[in-house]
Design a protein around this ligand. Sequence first.
Ligand code: FAD
Length: 294
Amino acid sequence: MDADILVIGCGPAGIQAAIHASRKKASVVVAGKQSASALSGALIENYMGVPATDGDLLLSTGATQAREAGATVTGMNILSIRRDGDVFEAVLEDGEPVRSKAVVFATGISRRKLGVPGEKELFGKGVSYCAVCDCNFYKGRRAVIVGNDSEAAVSAEMMTSYASETSWVFWEEEADPSLISRAKDAGVSMHRSRPVSIDGSDKVESITLEDGTVIPTDGVFIELGAKSAADLAMDVDVMPEMDDSIKVDQGCFTGVPGVYACGDVTGKPWQMARAVGQGCVAGTSAADFVKGLR
Ligand SMILES: Cc1cc2nc3c(=O)[nH]c(=O)nc-3n(C[C@H](O)[C@H](O)[C@H](O)COP(=O)(O)OP(=O)(O)OC[C@H]3O[C@@H](n4cnc5c(N)ncnc54)[C@H](O)[C@@H]3O)c2cc1C
């Protein structure tokens, strides 16, 4: 399959990139799975002009818009990619090669898991990986933030504005000391011990720690940072940052000719609004590149 642009990722960033590039009359192939998008299974209530909406509905509507604009949405992952002169050659899951003049990385991030019993079973039933996304559901309820670094400290402090009781569980003190103090001052109850299980039958009821403490709670927010799917980028000479994100300029250009990136993979905040905005920029930039306009 030949295309002007290969978009890797069919979350909000990739789909928006495909819509904008296709409407500029570039031929576009989109790889990736809707079910693997961070948006899948989420309820979005902070996107301007859209009432609380199921993430899967947004994704499938977006994919239809991309198809209508002319893009080919494959629903398949990319297994490998390499550069051959001015052309990129990627391989889809079914073995079909995709040759393109430009590539847009919209691969998102994968949220790191805690790996304890109850985490998988109670995901979406009180277990969350995004405090900033789900804090509103915990107004007047109890919440536990789990994580060692500054990300967790900030989430714990923020959660005190919503939850009736906020606890922070960590086992290594890796957060910035000033952020730890702020969390303490905001009334966060601190527990230094590793979680061993998240408990509850059909919703979260408590979390159990290695030292035997059981904290009753309605929600557990796992904030362990994230590892991005930026590895493919290295095969086209883009070196990810230490946190695995891909650095881009204002045009979503990576600095490597023909390679653009957008959405969560380029950094925080990991939010749909930013992913969509950057998708628009990356799709437009990539289309201009293949048409020789930049
Ligand atoms: C539980 C939860 C709740 C959330 N709630 C909100 C909210 O309320 N408001 C908000 O704004 N944001 C929310 N978010 C965040 C939001 O979902 C993300 O910011 C957004 O989805 C990022 O879009 P993206 O396109 O960059 O990445 P993603 O949506 O994660 O998409 C990444 C895509 O890359 C693809 N991919 C990865 N590797 C490959 C490969 N090798 N080949 C092909 N494709 C690949 C995947 O298949 C996927 O399609 C929430 C996230 C979670 C997890």
